[in-house]
Design a protein around this ligand. Structure first.
Ligand code: IVH
Length: 749
């Protein structure tokens, strides 16, 4: 695979920079797609970047970022439907794009389970339906609730609509008392075409593809409209259960069929990658004649006991993968390149294209990633597209798979206009005129204006009110734009939101809502804002929109520090250490360069260590504690600490905190576990299970798994070969267990 080759020889610094750039691009893509409804990246490109991100993470696991895009899933639910918290999260699937991805998937599973290459291991293989997932809750055989995936944790309640779908039984017999059936709502090609004909004859909206038609039809506030739409449903999974369905995936699916669900007839059992790939080829051949859209093949470990052992990463199961079909392509003219400025100041180039149909969807915008991409280089300076740059006026190839944000993939030099000039990437911010700076090792050029840049400030505010953050009803992206530019009642920082009502002495918000319900909406808005004065710690941290601090990192920080006061104190204490870290990185870079010039080996450790000499021990301890939190790497820690140190940023944070009552983070709720709430560190070699399995199991029992030993560590599990961590534990008087001791402790939990 090209990625594997590209990773060989990738330096640690470049890998970190690339992961930072990928996180930025992918998180932005999520935001554009879900919050702004303005996708810029195609599904295929999104998948490709996610895959690249995973490959770099796999090669440099210690550089995996706390806001890693690998840990993000789906969209938050929309307004209009009531919200439903899923009893069990609805997950997404990891992706593979070629045969190598499938053999790697099989090898990964064997490694995790400690199975040799020849041990039997069976998988199911079935089409990946291109629709939208739905969870159906049956209690005592009766359908009581249907919910969309939403963000995986909370979806939309579409029960009334689901009841109108013929493939969804409202009563089933012989099922466990509680059964959540999961599957895909979709529309057939024939029904889609007929629906579009009807819609256009009636002069109403037509749909771009069957998937959009299915989503638009299911998410109707009036169920009679859903009833009039020809939706179908395939069951392929389950959520909460009061009793087991079967011992294998295949038998469980067969039981769902026996309850009266449609299950996909192309589901088969495969003994390993060769058979899986053969079935992929069969399904790909039949794709065009199936009568409905599929976008790949899904493989799942058949043995449910093994599925259980394999468990989940944050948003995807380890025991399943989607093998995607290749993307769709088209050629068109690049009319212009626009620059968008994001929340963290990143300047993102967007291609404005002569509209072209790619796989049934009209595309007029696509992403160009960053200046290197336009120039024909990747972030490590190597050539991409054989070094061809992209110019305004060029004939370009647009690439998408599925329905989202397309990308410009290639350029046809034979059609380049004679007067086309190389694109000059702006070195000042197009929004505020500040210098746009590209730090060494960063693929992205950033506006240095901080909060004085209106684009950054607005994007930060939009992030602040977004769903995973403060999620204030009636205060979305549109209202933020309006309030930000309002001279009489401006909202320029998050704290301004909370002072809005007090400042609104002349009832200006009433004017702002010119839809006739001014008074009521203003009152509702103030009530919604008031409701959010009391918020959980993790949400506040995430809402600050600090670079690299995504939802997962924010939750990790909240869990670790417990309260705002503890977090703020630790971050302030760690301040001088973060500066040393940056100095150490620079010293390392200088040493590497000097070594190359002088033709000798670089001496990194002494150079780095020297930078830390004389640092206040309290700062050192706070830094070690912060960077030792599992999932919080140095990059996240530096970003967090530096943002607290910037005067304008800090003033904005302090003003916000003064308006809020921040709820402390509760210890994980796992009862009956002897290790709930304890901080544990694994070191040395484990013999009975792999490190990944040990960590996943400890976390499932409510323990925190940390990478470094400190006074806060409760237990160190030391296997053979344990070194400095075990010694430190002894010095600190921390309890040390061997693997058997640990297993005995958690036995039966
Ligand atoms: S299994 C825990 N099987 O693909 C794993 N998903 O990209 C649950 N999808 O969210 C998913 N066909 O909406 C599974 N045969 C299939 C599927 C399938 C389509 C969708 C599903 C999922 C998405 C992930």
């Amino acid at each position: 695979m090209t990625d594997a080759r590209a990773i060989e020889g990738l330096s640690e610094a470049d890998a970190a920079a690339e992961l930072a750039a990928l996180a930025e691009t992918l998180l932005r893509a999520n935001q554009d797609y879900h919050a702004e409804d303005a996708p810029q990246l195609s599904d295929a490109e999104y998948d490709r970047l996610k895959q690249r991100n995973a490959a770099v993470e796999a090669a440099f696991p210690h550089l995996k970022r706390a806001d890693s895009p690998s840990d993000q899933v789906g969209a938050a639910p929309s307004d209009g439907f009531s919200k439903v918290a899923h009893a069990q999260r609805m997950l997404s699937l990891g992706n593979a794009f070629d045969a190598a991805g499938i053999t790697e998937f099989d090898a990964r599973i064997r490694k995790y389970l400690g199975l040799g290459p020849d041990a039997p291991l069976r998988y199911t293989a079935e089409p990946k339906i291109d629709g939208l997932s739905l969870s159906l809750r049956y209690e005592n055989g009766a359908l009581v609730q249907a919910a969309t995936r939403g963000d995986g944790a909370v979806g939309e309640n579409v029960t009334a609509n689901a009841r109108t779908i013929g493939d969804i039984p409202t009563r089933i017999t012989g099922a466990p008392e509680l059964l959540e059936v999961r599957g895909e709502v979709y529309m057939s090609h024939a029904d889609f075409a007929a629906l579009n004909t009807r819609q256009s004859e009636a002069g109403t909206k037509t749909f771009a593809n069957p998937r959009n038609a299915a989503a638009g039809s299911l998410r109707q506030l009036d169920p009679s409209i859903t009833r009039s739409r020809p939706l179908r449903f395939f069951a392929y999974a389950w959520g909460a259960l009061s009793g087991p369905l079967a011992e294998t995936q295949k038998a469980a699916i067969d039981r769902l069929a026996a309850f009266g669900f449609q299950t996909n007839p192309l589901t088969v059992l495969c003994d390993g990658p060769d058979e899986m790939l053969a079935h992929y080829a069969t399904i790909e051949q039949q794709r065009a004649s199936l009568g409905y859209d599929i976008d790949g093949v899904v493989y799942k470990v058949d043995d449910l006991a093994l599925q259980h052992r394999l468990g989940f990463r944050s948003t995807t199961p380890r025991w399943a993968i989607a093998h995607k079909f290749p993307a769709e392509l088209a050629w068109t003219r690049l009319e212009a390149i626009d620059i968008q400025v994001g929340r963290t100041g990143a300047l993102s180039p967007v291609a404005r294209l002569t509209p072209v149909t790619v796989g049934g969807v009209v595309v007029s915008n696509a992403t160009l990633h960053n200046e290197d991409y336009i120039a024909g280089r990747d972030s490590t300076g190597r050539e991409i597209r054989d070094g061809k740059d992209i110019r305004v006026g060029d004939w370009v190839q647009v690439y998408r798979a599925g329905d989202v944000i397309p990308k410009v993939a290639d350029v046809d030099l034979s059609k380049r206009p004679a007067n086309a000039e190389p694109y000059v990437f702006p070195e000042t911010c197009p929004e505020c005129g500040s210098d746009a700076i590209r730090e060494e090792g960063d693929a992205v050029r950033r506006c240095s204006g901080g909060l004085i840049c209106p684009a950054q400030a607005v994007e930060k505010l939009k992030h602040f009110v977004s769903r995973g953050a403060f999620d204030i009803e009636g205060l979305g992206a549109k209202q933020i734009e309006m309030f930000y530019h309002d001279d009489q009642l401006p909202v320029r920082t998050p704290a301004d939101i909370f002072s809005l009502e007090a400042r609104d002495v002349r009832n200006l918000t009433k004017l702002a809502n010119r839809d006739g319900s001014g008074e009521t909406s203003a009152r509702n808005l103030f009530a919604a804002i008031k409701e959010r004065r009391s918020v959980p710690l993790g949400r506040v941290i995430f809402a600050l929109g600090i670079r690299h601090v995504g939802e997962v990192a924010a939750a990790d920080l909240a869990r670790h520090y417990g309260s705002w006061a503890a977090l703020a104190e630790a971050v302030d204490l760690a301040g001088p250490a973060a500066e040393r870290q940056l100095q150490a990185d620079r010293a390392e870079a200088r040493e590497r360069q000097a070594a190359v010039q002088e033709g000798r080996r670089a001496r990194i450790k002494p150079v780095r260590d020297a930078v830390w000499d004389g640092l206040d021990p309290a700062a050192h301890a706070a830094w070690a504690d912060l960077t030792g939190i599992d999932g919080i790497g140095v990059t996240v820690a530096v970003a967090l600490v530096t943002s607290f140190q910037q005067a304008a940023e800090r003033a904005s944070i302090d003003a916000l905190v003064a308006e809020l009552s921040i709820k402390d983070a509760a210890a994980p709720e796992v009862t009956g576990s002897p290790v709930a709430g304890k901080t544990v560190v694994f070191t040395g070699t484990l013999e009975k299970m792999t490190r990944a399995e040990a960590k996943a199991r400890a976390e499932a029992l409510g323990a925190r798994v940390s990478g470094s030993v400190s006074a806060k560590t409760d237990i160190v599990i030391a296997g053979p070969g344990a070194g400095s961590k075990a010694r430190k534990a002894t010095d600190l008087g921390v309890e040390i267990l061997d693997e058997d001791g640990w297993l005995a402790l958690i036995d039966g939990a």
